[in-house]
Structures are given as structure tokens and as C-alpha cells.
Ligand binder design. Sequence first.
Ligand code: GDP
Length: 444
Amino acid sequence: MFDTLSDRLTAALQTLTRKGRLSDADIDATAREIRIALLEADVALGVVKTFIARIKERAKGAEVSQALNPAQQVVKIVNEELVGILGGETRRLNLAKNPPTVIMLAGLQGAGKTTLAGKLALWLKKQGHAPMLVACDLQRPNAVTQLQVVGERAGVVTFAPEPGNGVGDPVDVARRAIAEAKHAQHDVVVVDTAGRLGVDEELMKQAADIRDAVQPDETLFVVDAMIGQDAVTTAEAFRDGVGFSGVVLTKLDGDARGGAALSVREVTGQPILFASNGEKLEDFDTFHPDRMASRILGMGDVLTLIEQAEQAFDQDQAEQAAAKLSSGQLTLEDFLEQMLAVRKMGPIGNLLGMLPGAGQMKDQLAQVDDKHLDKLQAIIRGMTPAERDNPKMINGSRRLRIANGSGVTVREVNDLVNRFFEARKMMAQMAGRFGFGGGGGSKS
Ligand code: GDP
């Protein structure tokens, strides 16, 4: 996500850090490079112009010339301005005082609306809501079934017209769905609407009719971040045709230039509420302008990482593991549990990508792949509970059996077992030195 942009911006700012005092010419040169980087990332021209003008004005002012470290001051300014164009404060979802809260999704076909409905449903469910999905995309063949499938995967109810009744009227479906939601006490209703390949009047009219029928608390415009400049024109068309209260960016995992993310908010004046970055239902989160800016500037997104970890780890289990670790008694079973918890947080490459400086370690990161972890998991699963508890008993014949059972070579089993012993020893020593993990000293 934003790799090229991030590389170029970091490089532009790094040239400054090698200098002491900054002349106006230095600032102009950096501004020029930032401008090119943004334009190449497909950020809308108007947005780039305003952004650059603000950076120049602030960087040439007293803020920088009187600073102890002028270059860092410029980085700070670029960061703040970036947060600004991404929307400033994090905008949370508006929930209705009198449930159900109605959220309507609008956008082009293929933008990711149906997938988003599932992601939103799962996300809402995790926050304790009882969402219901509503299938109002009655145009595209399979759209209803697709929504039912994501609904099932998210474990929520989907309201759909009975099959075999012809195309049906989406406005009627929407109305009946709201009544049903009230009756069945669903507190949030997510309405999926039809998209077309391009913007057309009929599409807008249908979306507007559904909007009038359901009176949504939020209308979310869903846009594929990979479509570049078109995102801006599409957003303007939807703003004028249907109106929306927030934006959801999808496919931020693509290696596209992602300029949409930086333009849509500024051009439409509406905030970005969520970001989607993968095909799985979990690849979805609240959009935080400040964290996104940090990621783009290669400053990492440690906050998101911590939040994901908090969700994935069971506190008691983690404390028990820490205590065992410090006493050198960690077993392969604990190791497997911890690995599964980490993996719940998403693909390992995505996680590492949130660390500061990740942009510069891209090549190494590409080598850490989930397949390797799959293999480790398979090997541990091929062991008996006794072996996992006491890895010292895993002798030659046991290694052969495990290798055969989990479809790997004996060497791979050896590697895992040996590395586990080394890691256990090292961690116990570290735990002893730093005094964490319930006071147990190193025994191994
Ligand atoms: P709709 O026509 O707007 O309902 O779009 P869909 O939800 O059917 O999505 C279109 C395609 O984009 C599907 O193949 C989805 O799996 C895919 N998709 C949706 N969101 C994302 C995302 O965040 N990342 C990636 N890589 N693919 C996505």
C-alpha cells in the first residue's frame, strides 16, 4: 500500500536531514519532489497544489528557520498537512439514537460493496451489535447469493427477496427489511445497493429512491482505491446524485498508486470512515488519518498493530506463556497457541509492514511468508500432546514419524525442534535479565 509514494516522500525528506540550516532553495527543491511523488501517485492536481502551497508557506516560516532541527520540523509539517488532507480527526460511525441505525452502501460495480457489507457486519458484531444485511442489489446476477454468502461467513442474518419473483423492487425490499429489523431487534441495518460499471442516471435514481425509503443514518460511498483519478470523478457524481456522509476505501492492499485515498476527502469534503485491505472479512478497519499519514511517511503504524494484538491475544493465556517462558518451561503447545494468536491478526507481511522503517525492509519482508508458518503449524500438529509438552523426548524415530505425518522432510522437523530449544533458552535468559514473567529465573 502506497509503497512508491512512501519511498519517494521518504527519499525527498531524507535529503533535507543531511543539511543543517535550510535555504528557501532547499525547501523549493523538496517541495518539487513531493509534488512529483504525489502526482505520480495519482493524487488530484488541485489537492496537490493546495498541499504544496501549504508546505512551502509553513516551511519557509519561523517554525522552521528557528527550529533546532529544521529538517525534522519540515517532516513534522508534511506529516501534519498529510493528516489534514486525509481528514484530520478519526471520524467514527454515527449510530442512531433510536435503533436500528441504517447504513446504506453506494458505489460502482466491483468497488467492493458486497464484500464490505460482510466486513462491516463482522466488525459491528465484534462490537456487540446485532446487524442485519439487506440485499437491494437485484440487478447483478448472483448479487443476492453473494451477499447471503458473506452474511453467513460473518454469522449475521441477510434479508433478501424470495427467489423466483422476477427482478423485484429494491425500494420495496429495503422498506420491508427495515420493518423486519425493528421486529427482530437488529440494531444496525446495512443496505447493499446495485452498482453499474459506470455512472449512469438510472443507477443514481435507484440509489436515491432507496435512500428516501430507508432514510439512512449513514450513506457510505464505497470506492476502489486502485482506480486512480477516476475515483474523484465517481465520488463527485455520487455526491451530486445520491449524496453521502462518508467514504470507504477498498483494495488498499493493491500495489496501485492509491492517490484516491489522498484526494477523495479533500475533493468531496466527506470523511473517510473505513479502509479495506484484502479479500478476507477481517481485512478491514477504521480509517485513522494520523496513522495513515505515519505509514505513508514510513513512520510505521504501531498503534494499529497494538490494537490488533489486543484483540487477538487472550490476556490470561499470554501471561501464562510469559511466565513459562521466563522459567524456561515453554512448550511447543504454547508456541503453537501464540503463533495462532499472532496469525489471527492477519497475513504476517501486513503486520510487519506496520512497523517503523518497514518501507526500507521491503525485500526482507517479502521473504517472510505465511506458507512457512503453515509448515511450522503442520509440524507441531503432527506431534503427540506428550511430544509438544516435552520436546526433549522427540528422538530420531519420532522425528521421522512426524515428518511423514505432516508432509515435510526430517530436516525441517529437526530445524524446528532445534530452533525451538535455542529460542526457549535465549528468551528465558532475556526474561531473567529484564525481570519480566512472574519472577521465575532461567532454569535451562
Ligand atoms: P461490488 O460489486 O461493489 O459488490 O463488489 P464486490 O464486493 O463483489 O467486490 C468485487 C471484487 O473485489 C471481489 O472479487 C472482491 O473479492 C474484491 N475485493 C473487495 N474488497 C477488496 C479489498 O479490500 N482488497 C482486495 N484485494 N479485493 C477486494
